[in-house]
Design a protein around this ligand. Structure first.
Ligand SMILES: C/C(=C\COP(=O)(O)O)CCC[C@H](C)CCC[C@H](C)CCCC(C)C
Ligand SMILES: Nc1ccn([C@@H]2O[C@H](COP(=O)(O)OP(=O)(O)O)[C@@H](O)[C@H]2O)c(=O)n1
Length: 190
C-alpha cells in the first residue's frame, strides 16, 4: 500500500500494483495444494507447518490486498483504512495478545483485552498515518477532525468484530477488512 504512490496515473496502475499480491496468491495456492514444495514459505507463514494452512489466513490476506488495490486504490480512504486494520490492527493483536494477553475477554476466552486494545490503538494509528501519507502526496483532501472521529469508529467496530468468537466460522483476515470496508464506506460517504 505504501508503494501505491509510485505507480503512474494510468488507469492500469492499480492492476500493475496488484501483480505482487497476485504472484504471492498463486504461490500460496500452488504450495497450499502441495503441487510444489517450498519449505521456507510453509515454515515462515504457517503455524503448524501444514501446506493447507496457506489456503486460509495467508491467502485471504493477499486476496484482500488485491481487492483493496483494484476496488479502492488511491482514490478512496476506505481501502487504505481496511488494509491498515488488517495488516496493522489484526497483526499486532496476535503479537501482543499472545505475549501479554493473560486477561481474557469475558465473551471470548481465546482473545484478550491486551490483544484487542492493541488492535484498536495500532489500527487507528496506522490508518491515520497512512491517510496522512496519501493526503500529503495529494491523493486525499480530508477534514482531519472528522477523519480522526471516523477512523476511531472504524477501528472500534473492527476491533469488536475481531474479538468475537467467530474464528471457526469466518477468518478474521476476511471479517476485519470486510467490516472496515463497510463501516468506512458509510462513515466517509458524506
Ligand atoms: C502471514 C500472512 C498472513 C497470516 O494470516 P493469519 O496469521 O492472520 O491467519 C500473510 C502472508 C503473506 C504472503 C505469504 C506474502 C504477501 C506479500 C505481499 C503481497 C507483499 C508484501 C510486501 C512486503 C514489503 C513484505
Ligand atoms: N484480540 C486478540 C487477538 C489475538 N489474540 C491472541 O493471538 C492469537 C492468535 O489470534 P487469531 O486467532 O486472531 O490469529 P490471527 O489469524 O488473527 O493471526 C490468539 O490465540 C490469542 O492468543 C488475543 O489475545 N487477542
Amino acid at each position: 500500500m505504501a508503494s501505491w504512490p509510485i505507480f503512474s496515473a494510468s488507469g492500469w496502475a492499480r492492476y500493475f500494483a496488484s501483480v505482487v499480491p497476485l504472484t504471492n496468491c498463486l504461490r500460496l495456492v500452488i504450495h497450499g495444494l502441495s503441487l510444489a514444495t517450498d519449505e521456507g514459505l510453509i515454515k515462515s507463514v504457517t503455524r503448524e507447518g501444514k501446506p493447507e494452512e496457506l489456503l486460509r489466513g495467508p491467502l485471504y490476506y493477499v486476496l484482500v490486498l488485491i481487492l483493496c488495490a483494484v476496488l479502492f486504490w488511491r482514490e478512496s480512504p476506505v481501502g487504505v483504512i481496511s488494509l491498515a486494520m488488517m495488516c496493522g490492527g489484526d497483526g499486532i493483536a496476535d503479537i501482543v495478545g499472545r505475549r501479554f494477553g493473560s486477561t481474557k475477554l469475558p465473551y471470548n476466552k481465546q482473545k484478550s483485552w491486551a490483544g484487542s486494545l492493541s488492535m484498536f490503538v495500532l489500527g487507528f494509528l496506522v490508518s491515520v498515518g497512512m491517510l496522512y501519507y496519501f493526503s500529503a502526496l495529494g491523493y486525499f483532501q480530508l477534514d482531519w477532525v472528522s477523519t480522526v472521529e471516523r477512523v476511531a469508529l472504524v477501528s472500534f467496530i473492527a476491533t469488536m468484530v475481531e474479538s468475537l468468537p467467530i474464528t471457526g466460522m469466518v477468518d478474521d483476515n476476511i471479517s476485519v477488512p470486510l467490516v472496515s470496508m463497510v463501516v468506512a464506506s458509510l462513515a466517509f460517504a458524506y
